[in-house]
Every structure is written in C-alpha cells, then in structure tokens.
Design a protein around this ligand. Structure first.
Ligand code: NAD
Ligand code: TYD
Length: 350
C-alpha cells in the first residue's frame, strides 16, 4: 500500500509513522507535515533514509498542493492526524483550528475522492480523532461509548467534531471508505511541552511552578502513545469501514493525583528529597470552559479487534520521564524554536 500519514512530525503522528515504517516494510509511507510550532523533524530523525519512508512538507488545507501530492504518490490509504491539537491555544486563537482541522480535513477528503475517481476498491481514509468531541462527563458519571452524542465544548473539540462529521458525510454521501477512532489523552516521548505531562516534567526539572488549573479535580483517561499507534494499526487493517472505534486506557486520573505521582517519580529519578517537587504546585485560574471529566469505554475495540493497552500507567510514566530527562536538548530546541529556523531553511514549500 502507498499510505499518506498527515501530521507525522507531531507527537502521535511520529509514533504512528515509526510504527508503520518499521512493521510494514512492503508499504510506502509518505509523512506530510507543515512543521508548525508542534511539528519537529527531530521526532522522525531515525526514519530518514529508510527505503519505505519519505517526508513532504506542506499544508493539508492547500487544495492544489494536496492534489499534486496525490498525483505524485498515488496513495491508496490516508491516516490523517495533522491538526491543531492544544485546547488552550484554541481558546486564544480559535480560527486556525477551524482552518486546519475542518478545512484541512475537507481538502484531504475531497482530493481522496477525486483522485480515487469513485473507485474505492482497496482504498481507505482513516481519521484520527479525540474523545473530546463527546463533551464532558460528571465525576463518576459513566463513560463515552461510540453511541454517545457529540457535544464538543472547546473550539478544539468543536473543530475535531466538525472534521469527524465531514469524514462521515463523505462516507455516507460518496461511499468513501472511511474509519474513525476517538482516543483519550495520550502521553509519552516527543509530546510538545505545552501539554500537561511534558510541561510539568520540564518545569520540575527546571524548578519552575507547576500551574494546576482550578482545583486540579478534572479527570482525564491517559493512554501511552505507542498503545495508541498499535490501536491505529489494528483499526486501519481490521476495522470495519464506516465504523468508529473508541480507544482508551481505562486509566482515569484526577489531575492533582496524577501530578503528585509525576512529582514523586521525577524526584526519585533526580535523586531529590521526597516531596520537593510537590512544593512547586501552584493553583492558577481555571481554563475557560474546562471539561470536567473524560473517560472512554474501549470495549468495542477490545472485543471486536482484540486490542488492549499494554502498559501500566506508572510504567509508561516512568518511560516518559526517563525519555525527557535523557532528551534535554530536544526539550530546549522545541521550546526555543531553533529547530524550526533550521528546518525552515532545509525544506521550502513549493
Ligand atoms: P501535535 O500538535 O503534536 O501534532 C500535530 C502535527 O500536525 C504537527 O506536526 C503539525 O506540524 C502538523 N500540522 C498542523 N497543521 C498542519 C497543516 N495545516 N498541514 C500539515 N500539517 C499540519 O498533535 P498530536 O497530539 O500528535 O495529535 C495528533 C492527532 O491526534 C490530532 O488530530 C489530534 O486531534 C488527535 N488526538 C490527540 C490526542 C492527544 O492526547 N494528544 C488524543 C486523541 C486524539
Ligand atoms: P492537556 O494536556 O492540555 O490536555 P486536554 O486539555 O486536551 O485534556 O490538559 C490535561 C489536563 O490538565 C486538563 O484538565 C487541563 C489540565 N492542565 C493544567 O492543570 N495545567 C496545565 O498547565 C495544563 C497544560 C493542563
């Protein structure tokens, strides 16, 4: 298969690209990424030079560019992850989320439809989405299933809901062979340090305050990123066309409890006195419209396709902290923006 992976220089996309390049040597994988602030070629440095892998720089919302890319590579499959992904940024700058997540997804769907000329045999369009499209749950109040009605509450989740709807509409109206997954919060190596776990590890290392929004009682369901990549592999190959699969770790944590575990584990690894990092915890103004709780029921994926998370949370968290402690230069580069200047000179958009 010739597969287009979008957003493959970002956090989850880089793991998905690595997973497919390493596990499917017979495929040809093209990683398309615009290298926004969140995209970093260091994340896929190890894939460079592999015979089944290529990087292309470009914008998913650029219709002509995407048409040319399909003509050049004649893709059979798309695994679409490129997006604006951070809720806080969607509050300060919502329109880029509409452009990238809604328009960008629309462009990819339209070009796939055109390029495949309505002959969809052997073709597949996989959209990687989030559980945040379902809205927010009460504490102790059930789980998101594939039947839960969409009720997005942030500009980020609304833009992802919009993109999910477009994907389903192309499936329904044109028969495009689509599949969607909605996953809970991911963590692991290469996550941009604006998200809770890498931000807090970075701040602990640098003795900076740990800004806990509100009272820290919001609940998230955390999944190690490689387990997400494994799920995407299973769904891409075995998922039923037109279906949606929820992916989650059965691993709910109140933010403040998770942060305390993170502090304890990092203190141990840095040989700091027990309890020292917890002193950095600083309660700050709550996020506007902050969703209280996300929790995924992943039983459809487990029962129908046999997927299960492989790591216990403390194990995954330990691996993640180790990775960030070992890769201080990566952290410095992504926070200083130097990597972007460097790559801007290496890859120029057509
Ligand atoms: P990320 O922000 O780390 O990466 C996004 C990537 O998309 C970056 O490399 C960026 O350069 C690229 N990109 C942005 N705009 C682009 C454009 N216009 N054209 C081409 N490339 C562009 O995000 P992530 O956390 O890896 O999330 C990847 C996908 O998974 C997203 O679709 C997100 O909604 C979804 N998701 C994320 C989580 C999570 O916890 N992070 C959970 C569930 C689903
Ligand atoms: P985040 O990693 O931004 O993911 P999402 O908002 O998509 O779930 O945030 C995870 C949780 O941590 C969320 O409830 C917001 C909270 N949070 C903080 O308390 N402080 C922070 O600095 C950040 C980034 C998040």
């Amino acid at each position: 298969m010739k597969i287009l992976i979008t957003g493959g220089a970002g956090f989850i996309g880089s793991h998905v690209a690595r997973w497919f390049v390493e596990n499917y040597p017979e495929y040809s994988i093209v990683n398309l990424d615009q290298l926004t602030y969140a995209g970093n070629l260091e994340n896929v440095r190890d894939l460079e030079g592999r015979s089944n892998y290529r990087f292309e720089k470009g914008d998913i919302a650029d219709l002509e560019f995407i048409r040319e890319l399909f003509n050049k590579h004649d893709f059979d499959g798309v695994i679409h992850l490129a997006a604006e992904s951070h809720v806080d940024r969607s509050i300060t700058d919502p329109l880029i989320f509409v452009r990238t997540n809604v328009m960008g997804t629309g462009v990819l769907l339209q070009v796939a439809k055109e390029h495949w000329k309505d002959d969809f045999t052997g073709k597949k369009f996989y959209h990687v989405s989030t559980d945040e499209v379902y809205g927010s749950l009460e504490l102790g109040g059930g789980f998101f299933t594939e039947e839960t009605a969409y009720d997005p509450k942030s500009p980020y989740s609304a833009s992802k809901a919009g993109s999910d709807h477009l994907v389903r509409a192309y499936g329904h109206t044109f028969g495009l062979p689509i599949v969607i997954s909605n996953c809970s919060n991911n963590y692991g190596p290469y996550q941009f340090p604006e998200k809770l776990i890498p931000l807090f590890i970075n701040n602990i290392v640098n003795n900076k305050p740990l800004p806990v929004y509100g009272e820290g009682i919001n609940v998230r369901d955390w999944l190690y990123v490689v387990d997400h990549a494994r799920a995407i592999d299973v769904i891409f190959h075995q998922g039923k066309l037109g279906e949606t699969y929820n992916i989650g770790g059965h691993n709910e944590w109140r933010n403040i409890d998770l942060i305390k575990v993170l502090c304890r584990l990092t203190d141990e690894k840095l040989a700091r006195a027990a309890g020292s990092s917890e002193q950095l915890i600083t309660y700050v103004k709550d996020r506007a419209g902050h969703d209280l709780r996300y929790a995924i029921d992943a039983s459809k994926l487990e029962q129908e396709l046999g997927w299960k998370p492989s790591l216990q949370f403390e194990e995954g968290l330990g691996l993640t902290i180790d990775w960030y402690l070992k890769n201080k230069e990566w952290l410095q580069n992504v926070t200083s923006g130097t990597y972007r200047q460097y790559y801007e000179n290496q890859y120029t958009k057509r």
